[in-house]
Design a protein around this ligand. Sequence first.
Ligand SMILES: [Fe+2]
Length: 168
Amino acid sequence: MIDIAKLTELAIAYDAGDPRRVQHFMKVYAFCRIIGQREGLDAQTQNTLEAAAILHDIGIHEAEHKHASSAGKWQEVEGPAVAAPLLEQVGADPATCERILWLIAHHHTYAASEDIDFRILLEADFLVNAYEDALPPNACQTAGDKVFRTRTGQTLLQNLFLASPYQS
Ligand SMILES: [Fe+2]
């Protein structure tokens, strides 16, 4: 199993000076953890998902440096090469490492797979991006219909973005 706390420390060190990115991946990690646990993932899949959540956007800085863009496609292209040495430092086995790099390389390609770890990563990233980017309710509704697969993710989406606004 990957030591998630150690991996998180390494990822934060890699993103040093960019607290916005750190806040983003910590939130995606937290939602992945909740959704994965509530959906009953086995321990190995849960661990792989949590590591992928920490590292999913690790390619952004390279994307910005090399391509002057943080577009999803460039993050997918640049992410794996940045993530691989971090996974090596925490002793990830080759199969787990390969899976995490695949998840990183596809996390903006919604139709890439129906595998549960992949779907949960997409859902968690959407939940965080919807808030950070202030997406309108209709965009959240559309994602709920087309992108979300898990009951837990659907419920979180509903309660966070589609319920009546809180009134004090
Ligand atoms: Fe993200």
